[in-house]
Ligand binder design. Structure first.
Ligand code: LMR
Length: 396
C-alpha cells in the first residue's frame, strides 16, 4: 500500500521550524511560526503559569479520564473570556464550550461536526488566511473558497469587495473570520465594518466560524472579544475556536477551545450530545495538565490579574518592535514606506516581501519568514532587529 504514497510537501509554517532547527548558523532568526519570544529571545514561562504549576505540583492528583468536553472550570473560564462573565447566553444554557487540542483542535471538531450537519455547504476563508484553514476544512470534506480580504496596494482591507462577496453567498455557507489580529496580515476590520459583516451574515443565513487565536494581542482581552460578543447578539448558530497557546505561552500543552452558540437551550442540548460523539471518535477526551493550569489562572482573581498584566507586557513589546522595525528599515536605507507595519495588529506583519525575497532572507541571511511574506514581529528583539532590518534592506 505504501508504494503509491507520494511525498507530501513540508508544512508551510511548521515545516519552516524543522528547517530552522537544522540550520547551524549561529545568528539565525526565526520569524516564521507565530510564537512570542521575549526580549532575550526566549520562549517565556509566564509567572501566572509558574504559580499554577507549583500549586499543582504540590497536590499531585490521580489522572483519570476527563469528561469528553473537558474540565468544566476550564470550559467556563474560556467561555467567559469570549462572552463576558454573567452573559445572557451562558446563563440561558445556549453557549457550549469544549476543551480542545489547541485552536486547531477547536477548528477541527467544529469542522467535523459541521460536515455532519451541513455537509454540502462551502467554506469561505479570507484571501489570504492562516495556511492551515484551507487544508483543515478540505480534509474535513468541505469545498473551500477564498473571499476578498487584503488589498496589497493599500496594505489594508478591501472591505467593499469582501462585503459584496459575502452578500452573494447562499444560506448555510460557512464563513471563517479572524475575530482579531488577522493571521497572516495583521489587518482587522473596524468595529463598524464588523457590524456590517455581522448584518450580512445574519441576513443571508450564513454560518460564522470565528477563529480567535490571538486574544489579548490586539488591544486587550476584553476589547479583542468585542467581535465575538457582537456575533453572540445575532441569535444565530456561531462557532468560535479559541486558543491559549500564545496568550499563556503554552504551545505544547494544546490548550484551546471550541465554543458553539445556539439559539435555544434545547438546541444546545442536542448539539452537545453530537459534538461529544465527534470528540469521542477523534481522541476520546482531552489531556489534563495544560487544562488544569489554564483553569487555575482563569478562575483565580489574583492569578488572572497577573496573567492579564503579563499579556499586556507582551502586547506592548510587540508594538515597540513594530516601531523599531520601521525606524531601522529607514536607517538602513529602505525608501519604501513601511509605516503600515505600525497599523497592523497582533503578532504578524504581512511585509509585502515576495517569495523570492523571503527565500533570499533564509538562504543568504539565516532569517526565516513564511513564503507569503508574513513575518512574526513577536520574535524580534533589540539584539536581532539590526540584522533583520539590514537583511530586509539587502533583499529589497
Ligand atoms: C502560526 O500561524 O504560525 C501559528 O498559528 C502556529 C501554527 O500552528 O501554524
Amino acid at each position: 500500500i505504501f508504494a503509491k504514497v507520494e511525498l507530501a510537501p513540508r508544512d508551510p509554517i511548521l515545516g519552516l521550524n524543522e528547517q530552522y532547527n537544522a540550520d547551524t548558523r549561529p545568528n539565525k532568526v526565526n520569524l516564521g511560526v507565530g510564537v512570542y519570544y521575549d526580549e532575550e529571545g526566549r520562549l517565556p514561562v509566564l509567572k501566572a503559569v509558574q504559580v499554577a504549576e507549583k500549586a499543582l505540583a504540590e497536590q499531585i492528583t490521580p489522572r483519570g479520564y476527563l469528561p469528553i468536553e473537558g474540565i468544566s472550570t476550564y470550559d467556563k473560564g474560556a467561555q467567559a473570556l469570549l462572552l463576558g462573565k454573567d452573559n445572557e447566553l451562558s446563563k440561558a444554557g445556549r453557549a457550549l464550550t469544549f476543551q480542545a487540542l489547541g485552536g486547531t483542535g477547536g477548528l477541527k471538531i467544529g469542522a467535523d461536526f459541521l460536515k455532519q450537519v451541513n455537509g454540502s455547504a462551502t467554506v469561505h476563508i479570507s484571501n489570504p488566511s492562516w495556511e492551515n484553514h484551507r487544508a483543515l476544512f478540505e480534509r474535513a470534506g468541505f469545498k473551500v473558497e477564498n473571499y476578498p480580504y487584503y488589498d496589497a496596494a493599500t496594505h489594508g482591507l478591501d472591505f467593499g469587495a469582501m462585503k459584496t462577496y459575502l452578500e452573494q453567498l447562499p444560506a448555510g455557507d460557512i464563513v471563517v473570520l479572524h475575530a482579531c489580529c488577522h493571521n497572516p496580515t495583521g489587518v482587522d476590520p473596524s468595529f463598524e465594518q464588523w457590524e456590517q459583516i455581522a448584518a450580512v451574515i445574519k441576513a443571508n443565513g450564513l454560518i460564522p466560524f470565528l477563529d480567535i487565536a490571538y486574544q489579548g494581542f490586539g488591544a486587550g482581552l476584553e476589547e479583542d472579544a468585542r467581535v465575538v460578543k457582537l456575533f453572540a447578539t445575532l441569535n444565530i448558530p456561531v462557532f468560535v475556536s479559541s486558543s491559549f497557546s500564545k496568550s499563556f505561552s503554552l504551545y505544547g500543552e494544546r490548550v484551546g477551545a471550541l465554543t458553539i452558540l445556539c439559539t435555544s437551550k434545547e438546541e444546545a442540548d442536542r448539539v452537545l450530545s453530537q459534538v461529544k460523539r465527534v470528540i469521542r471518535t477523534n481522541y476520546s477526551n482531552p489531556p489534563t495538565h495544560g487544562g488544569k493550569v489554564v483553569s487555575m489562572v482563569l478562575n483565580d482573581e489574583k492569578l488572572f490579574a497577573l496573567w492579564e498584566q503579563e499579556l499586556s507586557e507582551m502586547r506592548d513589546r510587540i508594538r515597540t518592535m513594530r516601531a523599531q522595525l520601521v525606524a531601522k528599515l529607514k536607517e538602513y536605507g529602505v525608501t519604501k514606506n513601511f509605516d503600515f507595519v505600525l497599523a497592523q495588529r497582533g503578532m504578524f506583519s504581512y511585509s509585502g516581501l515576495t517569495k523570492e525575497q523571503v527565500e533570499k532572507l533564509r538562504n543568504e541571511h539565516g532569517i526565516y519568514a513564511v513564503n507569503s511574506g508574513r513575518i512574526c514581529v513577536a520574535a524580534l528583539n533589540s539584539k536581532n532587529i539590526d540584522a533583520v532590518a539590514k537583511a530586509i534592506a539587502a533583499v529589497l
